[in-house]
Design a protein around this ligand. Structure first.
Ligand code: GRF
Length: 192
């Protein structure tokens, strides 16, 4: 049975696009279908892109809402879509136990650093400011901490010779776009 997923985004959605492509014609074709692309930002660029790709989209503005209140609305919105997994792809909001406990071990995130070395936003800036020679992209399960859940897959990014933050991001995103689908395949095929 193909796993039904909801992809959560807040902005540009380049990871979402890579996953969609792999679901249509690539690595995820036989094991995954996209039930919904959801955003907490109604004007997120990625929502437009998802709609243009023919996917179901939905958004609930999170601005000004308490975490638990917003997450309860999201849980209600998701119910009819019967999703097996929530895939966070640049979803810039910390989840509360309301959402995490509704999908235990069923929420996956991508983080552009080794989660043991750097948590939270700004991981590429951190790599740039510290002149790191390499960093690690991490795909992990989401638990109730911030970037603390069990690691599913990790891949090194060679940062040697990168002359700007933009170059670091470009190299990192190229790895993100490949690694996320590989890691999802591992979860969906090998099971829990
Ligand atoms: C990515 O770097 C991802 O790892 C981080 O936020 C960024 C989202 O980019 N969590 P995009 O929206 O997928 O293009």
């Amino acid at each position: 049975m193909k796993k039904r997923i909801a992809i959560f985004i807040s902005g540009r959605g380049s990871n979402m696009e890579a996953i969609v492509r792999n679901t249509q014609t690539g690595l995820l074709k036989d094991c995954c279908e996209i039930a919904l692309v959801f955003s907490n930002k109604p004007r997120a660029k990625g929502l437009e892109i998802a709609a243009g790709l023919g996917l179901s989209t939905a958004s609930i503005p999170s601005k000004g809402k308490k975490r638990e209140e917003f997450d309860a609305e999201v849980v209600r919105l998701l119910e009819p879509y019967r999703v097996d997994y929530i895939v966070l792809a640049g979803f810039m909001r910390i989840l509360s136990p309301v959402l995490i406990r509704a999908y235990p071990n069923r929420i996956i995130n991508i983080h552009p650093a080794d989660t043991k070395a750097f948590q939270g936003v700004g991981a590429y800036e951190w790599a740039w400011e510290n002149r790191l020679e390499k960093t690690y992209i991490t795909v992990h399960y989401v638990d109730e901490g911030v970037d603390t859940g069990p690691v599913i897959a990790q891949q090194e990014v060679d940062l040697r010779g990168a002359a700007s933050l933009q170059e670091i991001e470009r190299r990192g995103l190229a790895v993100e776009h490949e690694l996320y689908s590989k890691a999802l395949r591992k979860v969906f095929i090998m099971g829990e």
